[in-house]
Design a protein around this ligand. Structure first.
Ligand SMILES: [Zn+2]
Length: 75
């Protein structure tokens, strides 16, 4: 699960990466192997950036958890 409203765009990159080490790019950024600038996810999307495919999957899952919760875990 990613954390917060902020993600990263790598140097010369055109995709947003979330702060989730399931994505190999995000993992590299966290380790300091890749340079990236921090962006506000929604703002960057309005500017035309797209969330990387790897991160998007996580993002959707997180939204699902926020909106609907888990049926399996309901009382
Ligand atoms: Zn990514």
């Amino acid at each position: 699960m990613h954390t917060g409203e902020y993600g990263w765009v790598t140097e010369h990159g055109e995709t947003i990466h979330l702060k989730d080490d399931d994505c190999p790019v995000s993992s590299a950024i966290m380790k300091g192997d890749r340079k990236a600038r921090q962006v506000h996810i929604e703002t960057a999307r309005e500017e035309g950036y797209q969330i990387c495919r790897h991160c998007w999957k996580e993002f959707q899952e997180d939204l699902g958890e926020l909106m609907g919760g888990s049926l399996e875990e309901s009382d």
